[in-house]
Design a protein. Structure first.
Length: 127
């Protein structure tokens, strides 16, 4: 993975958002498998999981908590070596409000899939 080839990072991030926005258990399972390695992990202030089933469960939990919302990338992907970072928002399809926003740092495996995600929350809903 060359330092100047951004397509690998962009592809990985596109797959990542496909997984987070997948609907239905079968589609979600396929999207998670396409995005993450078998032992891939996801860590943020609310979750610390590894493996496809656990990753899918975290994503299903987010869908349950925020029905009618989708994750959208904001800005460009910035990557070097095998790591990349990008920002995102959780956006209401109905009214465009975005109560949750953050940024993630991912590490890629040789096959271009994600090995690790470290997520940070910049904006969360107030109670």
């Amino acid at each position: 993975m060359s330092a100047h080839d951004t397509s690998a990072y962009e592809t990985a991030v596109a797959r990542y958002f496909e997984a987070w926005n997948a609907e239905g258990a079968e589609n979600l399972a396929k999207a998670v498998a396409a995005a993450w390695t078998e032992d891939g992990s996801y860590t943020d202030p609310l979750a610390d999981v590894a493996g496809h089933e656990s990753l899918a469960a975290v994503i299903e939990g987010a869908h349950g908590q925020f029905p009618g919302f989708e994750f959208r990338q904001t800005g460009a992907v910035d990557g070097n070596h095998h790591i990349a970072r990008f920002a995102w928002e959780l956006v209401s399809v109905a009214d465009g409000s975005a109560p949750v926003a953050g940024f993630d740092v991912i590490a890629l495996a040789e096959d271009g899939r994600i090995r690790t995600v470290h997520g940070f929350l910049d904006r969360v809903p107030t109670a």
